[in-house]
Design a protein around this ligand. Structure first.
Ligand code: DNO
Length: 408
């Protein structure tokens, strides 16, 4: 067996067309109804339009990434019940259309965070970088968040001061725009790209979380799970929570999907395969302390979707993304453990054996410089990742087969 090979596709405006995907060996599409405003119901009609377009190309809509969780749910605002009811309705509609894997995240205000969307490697390729002092400079001097300096070590504060003093006004504007708008816009970010005062708006959104600490956010996630997982179960949908990226609190906001313990806590909130995980090696490995092997060992049975990618960890809490195979994640070990998990599912007669995988992000290279793409999603870099992961997977599969033959 092998994992289902999938590809993130951003809809009809995506420069990589559905027609291109079959040539690349892709079997399934990962996409969302990006045109439906966050919090509104996804109707059967709208879902079917996208589903049929995908199926016309001989592909399947493997995974929804993402059905976004509105801020009102994460904050438990007065409209939370209405938003949860809409979420349940969207899940029912997806279920009616036989879509069975749905990703979401529970990161307040901001999804992934990077300080450079175009960090040049010595090879000439470009990746995304998270530089902690630059991020601290954004937090302390551009956002001017009260008490921000207390969240960083004295060394980082000092470096942040130096970094900010060297920054031109244009660089500061671009940094804020990249963090708040450019990296979030295409994934249902909370600040509208057309918002002129995006910094002011962003600060307002942050302030709305005053008083929502880790415990409160956990309560809100637990309430959400207890209300949506039964619907997902009923309609045969496996939900997958995406880990925090990077996996630590940012901008004074709690983050509760960062570690093995966090994932174990989530798994305990509702005992069902429908309460599952999107295992993103890039997000989870960007912190210093997560072991991919231990996470798979503990909550591997709840993994419903795989995002495979890698990071180079720099000193002092910074990191940049890297090629899929090289970096801090031992991709050979991870792939082997995941394939063993798949075999276990087959032996147990479980239905969820497809284990869709996508090459997450990629190095911008070669012809990617002549094409538009969303940050992190260049064609050639991702295709190289797909090929590398596929080769690694095939090799491990064959050797597991041979071993099994010998011992049987
Ligand atoms: C970025 C992605 C995330 C992810 C969401 C899932 O490339 O990994 O934006 O799609 O967090 O809800």
């Amino acid at each position: 067996m092998a994992f289902e090979k999938t590809w993130r596709w951003f809809g009809i405006d995506d420069p990589v067309s559905l027609n291109d995907l079959a040539q690349m060996g892709v079997e399934g599409v990962v996409t969302a109804l990006h045109h439906i405003p966050n919090g509104e119901v996804w109707t059967v009609d709208e879902i079917m339009k996208v589903k049929q377009a995908i199926e016309k190309h001989g592909l399947r809509w493997s995974v929804v990434e993402s059905l976004p969780v509105s801020e009102g749910i994460k904050k438990n605002a007065p409209d939370s019940d209405r938003l949860i009811a809409n979420y349940r309705e969207s899940l029912r509609n997806l279920g009616k259309c036989s879509i069975d894997t749905v990703v979401y995240n529970f990161m307040p205000v901001i999804d992934w965070v990077r300080t450079s969307l175009r960090y040049r490697l010595s090879s000439g390729g470009e990746v995304m970088l998270f530089d902690l002092p630059t991020f601290a400079a954004f937090d302390m001097f551009i956002l001017d968040r009260p008490g921000a300096s207390e969240d960083y070590s004295p060394e980082v504060v000092k470096k942040a001061e130096e970094t900010y003093s060297r920054m031109t006004e244009e660089e500061a504007v671009n940094l804020a725009k990249d963090i708040i708008v450019v990296s979030q816009g295409f994934i249902d970010g909370s600040v509208d790209g057309s918002e002129k005062d995006y910094i002011g708006k962003f600060k307002e959104l942050l302030a709305e979380y005053d008083g929502t600490d880790r415990e409160k956010l956990r309560e809100n996630l637990s309430r959400f799970l207890k209300s949506v997982v039964p619907v997902a179960e009923e309609y045969g949908i496996n939900l997958c929570i995406h880990p925090d990226d990077p996996p630590f609190p940012v901008l004074g906001l709690p983050r509760i999907v960062s570690t093995k313990e966090d994932l174990e806590w989530i798994a305990r909130q509702y005992d069902s395969q429908s309460n599952g995980i999107a295992f993103c090696t890039g997000s989870l490995s960007a912190g210093s302390c997560n072991s991919m092997e231990e996470i798979i060992g503990s909550v591997g049975h709840r993994i419903n979707f795989l995002h495979l990618r890698n990071n180079i960890i720099l000193s002092g809490g910074s990191f940049h993304e890297s090629g899929h195979i090289e970096g801090c994640v031992d991709m050979y070990r991870v792939m082997k453990l995941l394939l063993q998990e798949q075999r276990r599912r087959v032996r147990e007669g479980r239905k969820d054996t497809r284990m869709p995988v996508r090459p997450d992000h990629g190095i911008r290279m070669l012809d990617d410089y002549n094409r538009d793409s969303n940050p992190g999603y260049p064609l050639i870099g991702r295709l190289k990742g797909l090929a590398e992961l596929w080769g690694l997977e095939t090799g491990i599969e064959r050797s597991l087969d041979e071993q099994e033959k010998k011992t049987s």
